[in-house]
Write a protein that binds this ligand. Structure first.
Ligand code: X2X
Length: 341
């Protein structure tokens, strides 16, 4: 009896080791992770943190190399989802904006003046709408592991303080190459120009554009936007969450144990990254805005009534894009936001 048990035990452990090495043997030497911005920004650093956690916890079985500055798509950031689905990028830490040209429902986050605050965003990403987006991505070949954050996109420019909609009139503003941004800026009277992020930074230096819109802590402070622009307006016109993702086929090639490690590392890295980019932007701690001021910028914070004046000018953009996102999804998001008040 004991002998039989021993034989079975030996066989079971042998087959376990075989299956493990078979799986492990299929692992690639290097997995590629795509990020649009540079390694020093909290967004790029979040990707590195994830890669480091995975490498450590899998004893080097899964070695993720982070390709920053849109290098996997030759600078063209709106192509990121396509290269991810094709498997050129195994992992991504990606902005919903850059994928929204290919995945229309992600334009939910581009709807002008839709999210009033972080609570509203969390209610959407962490609730039913977030789960629906994860399902949708999964059907398109990509697993959403965690939500990170770029942040509320605030406008800066070199010409004048923007305190009312008329101040935007004629300003040449760089935006990402997605139609909803072009339409929103036009509705507000500005003159939008779309540019990839790499080109945009050169354009700021050369004064080719008057202004731009990006999150304060995640982008504007690290790129020292005060070198080019003296005026900032905190208007929270669009929120930009980040998605930490893995190609479905790549995920399926990992052992169950490694899949768990990846999932856990993603949540940890994204949670940490989200806290970093919100720091100094939530009252009473508005130190991020003080930092802009300390570099000579004039910072205007819109109150709700003034923000509503801007919003009123963009209602046609909302009316056009809500059906593109999906009326149901927009309604669910609106419900979640209302419940978060
Ligand atoms: O291009 C931008 O403005 C950036 C870096 O914020 C995004 O990728 C959406």
């Amino acid at each position: 009896m004991l002998k039989r048990v021993l034989v079975i035990l030996v066989l079971v452990s042998f087959s376990f080791i075989c299956s493990f090495t078979a799986v492990a043997g299929n692992y690639k030497k290097e997995y590629k992770m795509s990020v649009v911005v540079g390694p020093k920004l909290p967004w790029g650093a979040g990707a590195t943190k994830f890669a480091d956690l995975v490498r450590e916890r899998t004893d080097g079985r899964i070695n993720i190399k982070v390709y920053t500055s849109s290098s996997l798509m030759a600078g063209k950031q709106t192509n990121e989802f396509l290269i991810h689905r094709q498997g050129v990028a195994d992992f991504c830490f990606a902005s919903t904006i850059n994928w929204s040209t290919t995945i229309k429902p992600l334009n939910l986050f581009n709807l002008p003046f839709f999210f009033p605050d972080y609570k509203a965003l969390d209610a959407v990403t962490q609730g039913e709408v977030g789960a629906e987006i994860a399902d949708m991505l999964s059907q398109k070949g990509v697993t959403l592991l965690a939500w990170g954050e770029n942040g509320f996109r605030e406008i800066t420019n070199s010409k004048r303080a923007i305190t009312k909609p008329a101040d935007l009139e004629g300003l040449k503003i760089r935006v990402v190459g997605t139609p909803v941004f072009i339409e929103t800026m036009k509705a507000l009277g500005a003159n939008p120009v779309n540019m990839n992020w790499g080109d945009a930074q050169v354009a700021f230096q050369q004064g080719v554009v008057d202004g731009q819109e990006n999150p304060v802590v995640a982008i504007e402070i690290p790129v020292k936007i005060w070198q080019f622009h003296q005026f900032a307006t905190i208007w929270r016109y669009v929120i930009d969450p980040l998605m930490l993702t893995v190609n479905n086929k790549v995920m399926a090639s990992f052992s169950k144990e490694d899949q768990k490690i990846i999932q856990q590392a993603a949540v940890e890295a994204a949670d940490e990254q989200r806290l970093i980019v919100r720091k100094g932007l939530i009252a009473p701690d508005l130190s991020a805005l003080d930092l802009l001021r300390s570099h000579g910028m004039e910072v205007t914070v819109l109150d709700t009534a003034t923000r509503d004046q801007f919003k009123a000018k963009t209602t046609a953009v909302y009316a056009k894009w809500a059906p593109v996102v999906g009326t149901d999804l927009v309604k669910k998001a609106e419900k979640a936001i209302a419940a978060s008040r």
